[in-house]
Design a protein around this ligand. Structure first.
Ligand code: FAD
Length: 495
């Protein structure tokens, strides 16, 4: 098996991960491969996962997807960031926007200039120097030249899977409807040899993508790859999801509203709003969480509230022998920064870059696993940051979060920023400017700023800050409203 060329890929599972993989592999590598996707109508997809980050725009460009068609088909809206409400402290809000804030100089990031301006009393809020943040709060949107406005999407996950299925089937994918009853392992190599379906059909293949969701049918149940539990850092283990009718124009950002024992999401689509509450079952009952969610909704319910359980952590290996875990089968980080679809996309693109066209090699497997672990751990740290750095201590849940120990990698980042105002991007970790936005947003104000700032007189610094803000305000004034932009660019027929 190890010397075989990979000619036949089996994708087990047809949720967002299965269909993203299917569309990308058939479209970009498909001519030389046989690609089969197996899904079961009897086993529902997780049915959530509707907020994305800007990397999805590039994934779609790679696939040659027409953006307006995609948004029409998925009831999509634009997303410029996430509004964190009552996270820093009760009733204190900030927006983590997708763009960069202010202008850096060669020696020091913009935050140093802002810090001095703030100390002197003439700087506005940090976010006022970020175009995406100001556009978001003014509910404005348009495409700007040279990606001048960074954005992502809110989408209907079910419709997105259908949209991707069309692409995959157009490019030669075979879809098989059926329940996988058995994963057959080659006893000599430990490789997955085939899958047996409930109708006794046996599907063999060279490379298997496990997209079966949290159950990890291949990677865990059959191959026993192992799971690293991170719930001591991220104790939320449950969610309740519900959809409501839209009662106003969709906001160009996700809302994340902190509660005494968790937080609530609101994801505005063209026709409806996706809502949910994420919580720690150690700190609140399902009933109480549901009551809080229902008391904080707008618009009529269009689905029944549904409880979802999850475990935070990561699969010990994401690629094991001839099986690659993609999506929820590879592990889970709560959806606070909408990073799961991004991790799916990363796994797919990484596989394409390391595609085992001559044979499956341990060197590729090791590198794939190393890169995936790095990405996942950095995102994990970024999510923990929101819980650790907060002034909230009003409930046992928030007290626990504030007081917990955090991974060393995160502790170092927090200390460096607190003492020096510096933050450095490690290799090509996902988040960059975001670290600053969230650290400042959560109330972590550095003790000092870089001395290069003192090269500017107070007047010069004030003019510098005012100039940036003036440019942003001027640009935002000219943008259409997000709602108008959607109506003319990508209005869905059934919105
Ligand atoms: P699933 O959707 O569970 O799909 C599994 C598939 O496997 C199904 O098609 C099922 O039929 C098939 N299957 C399983 N067993 C068998 C079998 N025996 N035989 C045949 N087929 C089988 N991500 C984001 O990026 N943004 C978000 O805003 C976001 N919000 C989330 C909110 C919550 C509460 C949760 C829990 C997750 C959220 N996520 C979010 C994550 C996101 O939902 C998932 O990453 C994404 O939906 C991918 O899921 P999946 O395809 O891996 O698994």
């Amino acid at each position: 098996m190890t010397t075989n060329k990979v000619k036949k890929i089996i994708i087990a599972g047809g949720g967002t991960s299965g269909w993203m993989a299917a569309a990308a592999i058939t479209k970009l590598l498909g001519k030389n491969l046989e690609v089969i996707l197996i899904e079961s109508d009897d086993i529902p997809t997780i049915g959530v996962g509707e907020a994305t980050i800007p990397t999805l725009v590039y994934f779609h460009q790679l696939l040659g997807i027409n953006e307006a068609e995609f948004l029409k088909a998925t009831q999509g809206t634009f997303k410029l960031g996430i509004n964190f409400e009552s996270w820093r402290d009760l009733k204190e809000n900030y927006l983590h926007a997708f763009g960069t804030t202010g202008k850096d100089c060669w020696a020091a990031g913009f935050q140093h200039f802002w810090l001095k301006g703030k100390q002197k009393g003439y700087a506005n809020d940090f976010g006022d120097y970020c175009l995406e943040q100001v556009s978001a709060t003014n509910e404005k949107f348009a495409h700007l030249p040279n990606n001048g406005l960074n954005y992502a999407y809110h989408i209907d996950a079910g419709l997105y899977a259908k949209f991707l299925r069309n692409i995959a089937e157009k490019h030669g994918l075979t879809r098989i409807e059926g329940k996988i009853n058995n994963v057959n392992i080659n006893p000599e190599t430990g490789y997955v040899a085939s899958l047996t379906l409930d109708n006794k059909q046996i599907i063999d293949g060279d490379l298997f993508l496990d997209c079966t969701g949290q159950r990890g049918l291949l990677i865990e149940q059959a191959m026993h790859t192992g799971f690293e539990d991170w719930s001591h850092w991220l104790p939320n283990d449950s969610a309740i999801a519900v959809q409501t009718k839209a009662i106003s124009a969709p906001l160009p950002y996700t809302r994340s509203i902190a509660h005494p024992f968790g937080w609530q999401w609101r994801i505005p689509l063209q026709n409806r709003v996706g809502n949910g509450i994420v919580f720690s079952s150690k700190h609140v009952s399902d009933e109480e969480a549901k009551k809080t969610l229902l008391n904080n909704l707008e618009g009529e319910l269009i689905t029944e509230p549904r409880v979802i359980r999850f475990k935070t952590g990561t699969r010990r290996l994401h690629w094991n022998k001839n099986c690659i875990a993609v999506g929820l089968s590879s592990g889970f980080l709560e959806p606070l920064e909408s990073t799961s679809i991004h991790l799916i996309q990363q796994a797919i693109v990484r596989l394409m870059r390391m595609f085992p066209h001559t044979r499956i090699q341990q060197e590729d497997i090791d590198e794939f696993n190393r890169q995936t672990r790095f990405d996942t751990e950095r995102i994990r740290d970024f999510i923990i940051l929101h819980y650790k750095v907060t002034k909230r201590a009003d409930t046992p849940y928030w007290q626990h979060n504030r007081n917990m120990s955090v991974p060393d990698t995160l502790a170092k980042k927090i200390d460096l920023f607190k003492n020096t105002g510096r933050v450095f991007r490690e290799n090509n970790e996902l988040f960059d400017d975001s670290w600053m936005q969230v650290m400042i947003g959560q109330g972590l104000i550095p003790k000092s700023y870089h001395p290069i700032v003192d090269n500017m007189s107070d007047d010069e610094l004030k003019r510098f800050l005012d100039h940036i803000k003036g440019n942003i305000d001027g640009t935002v004034k000219q943008l259409p409203s997000h709602h108008d932009f959607i109506n003319q660019y990508c209005k869905s027929n059934s919105a």
